[in-house]
Ligand binder design. Structure first.
Ligand SMILES: [Zn+2]
Ligand SMILES: [Zn+2]
Length: 276
């Protein structure tokens, strides 16, 4: 199996699929449903309610890094990461760092195996300090609705499992050549990771979009998974402006199977261009 792969200076970056989760377009807000459907159709999306999950394997500068770990079968979502990294020729034992964009179950589910044990026994877990603080705050848990409550308990379980190997940050370089970029709104500590090497760059932007063809064309459209819909929309708009002006290649967990893209701006509108 051939996975989408990019060379970023000394880093080789491979998009590893974890599979799919299903989420209805009804979860979108601040956009007319007919308009959302039309954007999907125009882009040739055949199953409008299926969201692809990517993780990124980064190799170089003596390290083997995973950015996010997929859903691991949580709610029967995804779960293919383990087999797929093996197909990419990497054993879970070789992963030395896991960078988390945030702690939603479709990003941390693959961190624990079926028996609840650490799935990457030689890896440290690197995550924004605010992300851990948010999910571990009892006041936040007490205010959570039914679905969010499950997410709190699951994030806590994962953090507890990795407690002795967890490293938190606020911003700046988290590993040599990899800088964290806080992108708040989707969650409190939602962060992108910018890889820089040999004059080349790539931004792994986490959950800036769930439905790329809709939310890149209409950045104001938020999704029910966003903790702060207004902040997530303004973060998305600001970032689309930056990555399109700078021609900065992007990767994203729900960008679709191609895994890598450029954002083009035409007038006031943005559009996603998958690189082949
Ligand atoms: Zn998320
Ligand atoms: Zn997600």
């Amino acid at each position: 199996m051939k996975f989408p792969c990019r060379q970023v200076g000394e880093f080789s970056v491979t998009a590893i699929s974890d599979g799919y989760l299903s989420a209805s377009l009804d979860l979108l807000a601040n956009i007319d449903p007919a308009c959302a459907s039309a954007l999907q159709e125009a882009a040739g999306v055949s199953d409008p309610s299926s969201i692809h999950i990517n993780c990124y394997l980064v190799r170089g500068r003596g390290r083997t890094i995973l950015i996010d770990a997929g859903a691991g079968g949580f709610k029967q979502w995804g779960g293919k990461l383990r087999d797929n990294i093996a197909r990419a020729g990497v054993s879970p034992l070789e992963i030395d760092s896991i960078l988390l964009t945030h702690a939603h179950p479709d990003h941390v589910g693959g961190l624990i195996d079926a028996s609840g044990e650490v799935a990457f026994p030689n890896a440290e877990l690197v995550v924004h300090r605010r992300e851990v603080a948010f999910w571990e705050d009892d006041g936040n848990l007490s205010q959570a609705g039914e679905r969010a409550r499950g997410n709190f308990l699951f994030a806590r379980k994962v953090f507890a499992t990795y407690r002795d190997r967890m490293r938190t940050f606020t911003d700046g370089e988290v590993l040599a050549g990899i800088g964290a970029m806080p992108l708040p709104g989707h969650t409190a500590g939602h962060s992108g990771y910018r890889l820089e090497s040999g004059g080349h760059s790539l931004l792994v932007w986490g959950d800036i979009v769930h439905f790329p063809h809709i939310q890149i064309a209409r950045p104001e459209a938020s999704i029910a998974f966003d903790q702060d819909p207004q902040l997530s929309a303004s973060t998305r708009s600001r970032l689309l402006d930056v990555v399109s002006s700078d021609h900065l290649p992007i990767a994203g967990m729900h960008l679709g199977e191609p895994g890598f893209a450029l954002i083009e701006r035409k007038g006031k509108a943005y559009r996603v261009c998958y690189e082949t």
